[in-house]
Structure formats: structure tokens, C-alpha cells
Design a binder for this molecule. Structure first.
Ligand SMILES: Cc1cc2nc3c(=O)[nH]c(=O)nc-3n(C[C@H](O)[C@H](O)[C@H](O)COP(=O)(O)O)c2cc1C
Length: 414
């Protein structure tokens, strides 16, 4: 069978996933201003589940109240019980189309956060983000040339988090993880890539602390390790817990692939179920949003292979939009699964088209980054090749076609 590897089922702990195609986490900014799920949030993910994605990972959901004001424009939240019913609707909508769904939970954006309520963002250390245009992919740069949203107003200087705050945020995060089980998600993905808070602690570039959370690699990874430990303890094996990390920072003084490998080994020993890679940060956006599949083969897939060889849990790699490259990469042991971000926006039916031998019918993502550029402006994402994006809530075929679980089975294990 062509694309045999891409279509092969896989298990992440006890969760059986029908193929190796993951919808990458994307905050589509469809939520209400207060962080609640909207019909469009549900329909957007249900549409990708209907298109055959084996695993859907939600966009980053903010887990704590302290972190909630420091996001881009709009974001989903889970810092108290009131957010559970909406997120449960999201999980059910994906299940109804045969996909598994993991929630990506964020402990905060740190220095990449904004001051929506006027309060100063907090971070590992008081070091602001600096974006050099040379590190911005062409698509976003073109966009920013018209709307200088990244250069202005720039990033605020954050304040350094206290140890009391670190410990209390870890506890708050763990509570959100238990809410995620109640909401019916099949797994949790700890959101630690792309220059966000755990990444900032890991990086000698953004972490200048002189206490137990700064200095040596062991100290810099302590925050991520503690967040992972408290998540695993809170969830008690009810659902698997994975971590998303950037494979390297690609910036002066930034963390290296070798350091990520060591962190991944430590996390795997703690009991995480999988590692979802990405690359770069807001400061190294061209690695975060690569411009071509060739770039992904030159950087990320090579990094993925070397990390994969160091650990014995499944590795997920994004940005492999081409089914033939995906098949080769899985076959040659570079990655276990691939995740599609912008390509899943361009064509929600990518997995079904691969399965049905209609690869030539896939609507290819142009990697022009209009989707993300619009989010930066506070608009909903749109796509230059998929006019349906953003209007899925009006598609009545997305109403669940079969009954979903009346009670999420994992609750019994909490
Ligand atoms: C609109 C948009 C929102 C995103 N939000 C998130 C997010 O919430 N969490 C995350 O880990 N990555 C996020 N990403 C990054 C994607 O998961 C993915 O890594 C990136 O788009 C590269 O993959 P691609 O080449 O398939 O687009 C976002 C990407 C886009 C386009």
C-alpha cells in the first residue's frame, strides 16, 4: 500500500491512534475574549477529525489565572471549572469523527506575553524579546512590512518570577490537568516550545537566574521537570502526558540540540508518553515556520532523528506537508508521526486524500503565513487556498454523526 507508514496505527501509552497524522496545535483565536470555547472552535477541530487526522492536538490552552492576561488577543483558558463544559464539547466533537484529541496546556507565555490588562508580564529573568528581521520567515516579513505589528509596539521588559510564584504556578497547572481529564481529553501535551515560559527557563539566553532555577542545565530544566512531575502526579496515569519542545533555539547563547536531547531523556525517564518537536522561538521564527519541506529535511527532521535515537517514546515532527517526505521520514526512523499546522488549515482532508490515493488533489499550503499574520493583528486566520477556513461552524455535516461517551472513561482513574 502506498503511504503504508503514514497510515499505520500507533499507540501512545494505551491510546490507539488510527494513523501517524497529527493536527498540530494552533490557537486560532476563535475563543471568546474571556477564554471560553465557541461553536467555531468546535467545528474547526471537528472538520479536521472528519478529514481523517488520527490525533488532534488543541491549540495552547492557558492553564493558570496568573498567565491568563498575558496572551495574544484571544486564547482558550482552563484555570477554573467553568471552562470544562466547552472543552468537553470540543473533545466530543473530535471523538464523533474517530479522532483522538489531546489538549495542549500552557503554563504561560512569559516574556513573549503581552499586557492585555496592563500588568507586567513575568518571566524566568527580566530580559525582553528581541526580533531580528533576518530571523523572520519571508511570508511573515512581507506581512509585517505592511503592518509593523511585530516591530511596534515591541515586547515589554518582564519581571523575574519569584520562587513562590514558580511553585504556586506548578500547583495551579496540575489542577488544570485534572480538569482536562474531566473534560474528556485523551491526553495532555505540556506546551514548552517556541520561546514560551518553560523554554525561557531552559535557555541560557533568557534565564540569568542565580538560584536553583538558573545556571547549569540541570537547574535550567528544573522548571520543566517540576511541571512535568506535578502533571504526572495529578493525572495518575489516567491519560498520557507528552511534552512539546523546540529541538534547538538557533540563537546566540540559546540552548542546543544536545541540551534538548538531555532534557528529553530526563523527561522520558519521568514517564512522559511522547515528545512533540518544533523549532526556534519568536526570536527565531524562520525555524518555527519553515518556508519549505527541504528546510524541514535539512534541520528539523535531522534534529528529530538524533533526539529520537536518544529516547524510547514516540516523536512527532511538524511541517512535513508532503506525504512522500512523511512516508520516507517515518520509514527511515526520523520521526514516528508527523504533525500538520498550516497545511491542516489549507486542506483539512489531507489524511483522507492520502488514504484514498488522491495525493494530487491535496490543496497545498503556500506557507505564505497569512493565517498567522492575521492572528498577530487580532483577526481570525484565513487561508489563501482554503476559503472555508473560519466558516466551519456553518457546516451542518459537522454535527456529531454518532453518539459519544456519556462519561469520559478516564475520570474513573483520577
Ligand atoms: C495560527 C497558528 C497558531 C499556532 N498556535 C500554536 C499553539 O497554540 N501551540 C503550538 O505549540 N504551536 C502553535 N503553532 C505552530 C504549529 O503547531 C506548527 O508547529 C507550525 O505551524 C509549523 O508547522 P506547519 O509548517 O505545518 O505550519 C501555531 C501555528 C499557526 C499557523
Amino acid at each position: 500500500m502506498p503511504f503504508e507508514k503514514v497510515l499505520e496505527p500507533i499507540k501512545i501509552k494505551d491510546v490507539k491512534i488510527k494513523n501517524r497524522v497529527v493536527m498540530a496545535p494552533m490557537n486560532m483565536t476563535y475563543s471568546t475574549q474571556g477564554g471560553y470555547v465557541t461553536p467555531q472552535d468546535m467545528a474547526h477541530l471537528a472538520r479536521r477529525a472528519k478529514g481523517g487526522f488520527g490525533l488532534i492536538v488543541s491549540g495552547a490552552v492557558i492553564a493558570t489565572r496568573l498567565a491568563a492576561p498575558h496572551v495574544w488577543q484571544r486564547n482558550l483558558y482552563l484555570y477554573d471549572e467553568s471552562f470544562i463544559p466547552g472543552l468537553n464539547m470540543v473533545a466530543d466533537a473530535c471523538h464523533a469523527f474517530g479522532a483522538k484529541v489531546f489538549i495542549q496546556l500552557s503554563i504561560g507565555f512569559g516574556r513573549q506575553g503581552h499586557a492585555l490588562d496592563g500588568t507586567q508580564p513575568y518571566a524566568a529573568s527580566a530580559i525582553p524579546v528581541y526580533i531580528n528581521p533576518d530571523m523572520v520567515p519571508k511570508g511573515i516579513l512581507d506581512f509585517v512590512a505592511q503592518y509593523p505589528i511585530i516591530a511596534e509596539p515591541g515586547y515589554p521588559i518582564p519581571r523575574e518570577m519569584t520562587i513562590e510564584e514558580i511553585l504556586s504556578e506548578e500547583k495551579e497547572y496540575a489542577k488544570a490537568c485534572r480538569r482536562a481529564v474531566i473534560a474528556g481529553f485523551d491526553g495532555i501535551e505540556i506546551h514548552a516550545p517556541h520561546g514560551y515560559l518553560e523554554h525561557q527557563f531552559l535557555s541560557p539566553r533568557s534565564n540569568k537566574r542565580t538560584d536553583l532555577y538558573g545556571g547549569s542545565l540541570e537547574n535550567r530544566m528544573r522548571f520543566l521537570v517540576e511541571v512535568t512531575q506535578s502533571t504526572l502526579e495529578a493525572v495518575k496515569g489516567a491519560i498520557p502526558v507528552g511534552v512539546r519542545m523546540s529541538a534547538a533555539e538557533h540563537m546566540p547563547e540559546g540552548f542546543t540540540l544536545d541540551e534538548v536531547k538531555q532534557a528529553a531523556k530526563t523527561l522520558a525517564k519521568l514517564g512522559i508518553a511522547y515528545l512533540h518537536l518544533s523549532d526556534g522561538s519568536y526570536e527565531a521564527l524562520k525555524y518555527f515556520f519553515p518556508n519549505s519541506v527541504e528546510e524541514v529535511e535539512q534541520h528539523l527532521l535531522k534534529e528529530a532523528k538524533s533526539i529520537r535515537e536518544a529516547i524510547d517514546i514516540p516523536v512527532i515532527t511538524p511541517s512535513v506537508h508532503d506525504p512522500s517526505v512523511a512516508e520516507r521520514a517515518i520509514n527511515e526512523g526520523e520521526t514516528d508521526m508527523i504533525s500538520l499546522g498550516r497545511q491542516a488549515l489549507a486542506d483539512p482532508d489531507w489524511p483522507n486524500k492520502v488514504k484514498e490515493g488522491k495525493v494530487d488533489k491535496i490543496r497545498r499550503c503556500r506557507r505564505d503565513c497569512i493565517c498567522i499574520g492575521r492572528c498577530l493583528l487580532g483577526l481570525y486566520p484565513r487561508c489563501t487556498v482554503n476559503p472555508e477556513l473560519g466558516y466551519e461552524q456553518y457546516d451542518s455535516a459537522l454535527f456529531p454523526q454518532r453518539r459519544v461517551a456519556l462519561m469520559p472513561p478516564a475520570i474513573a482513574k483520577l
